[in-house]
Design a protein around this ligand. Sequence first.
Ligand SMILES: [Zn+2]
Length: 234
Amino acid sequence: MSDTSPLDVLVIAPHPDDAKLGMAGAILKFKAEGRRVGILDLTSGEPTPHGSPEIRARETATATAILGVDWRENLGLPNRRLEATLDARAKLANVFRRTRPAWLFAPYWVDAHPDHVAATELVEAARFWSKLTKSDLEGEPFHPRRIYNYYCVHLKLTPQPAFILDISAQWEAKLAAIRCYESQFITGRPSDSPTFLDQLRDEAAYWGKAIGTRYGEPFTCREPIGMSSMGSLV
Ligand SMILES: [Zn+2]
């Protein structure tokens, strides 16, 4: 992970399992297309009922290997107390200037989890700061082209996504990556049906059905979405 060439995609996650839950299928697709993909976790995600910093680090490393991402770091902001402070904004803007991603992926902006809401606010503010000249930030000004939003929501929402990605071919690998987070999704959860993993499959099948495929992943964006060709329509 010492390659310093710009990333195509940077996924920002409040906690180390959010990127996998929300968009492991898209990450696997980006990698299959030869894109450079990074994941930035904002916090360690600890404490949790069945995790520890050591367990979480091990689980994150295993899941990262399955996804094959090019770059992964943790910004070290406080879990459960994540706030879009000026200091956090500068730290994140510095990461954007260093990794120079074309596209950012942030959590959906409506959520019951305050860390998730703060994460989205922080990404939007840091994207703006990253382009400023005459600032005391590190490196050269840089403006990521777009922020897209993935759904990893602690709220019983009925999302209205801007688009749904067909992840039928990536579903099993996505599930394998999510299973790595045993302390979060398996340990201590009810084992009778439907399990948490069953529900994830049902959700992915629901989104797939909406576009006529087996499995799908929903996304949205505050800004219009540009396409370079019509070739990807399903
Ligand atoms: Zn989270």
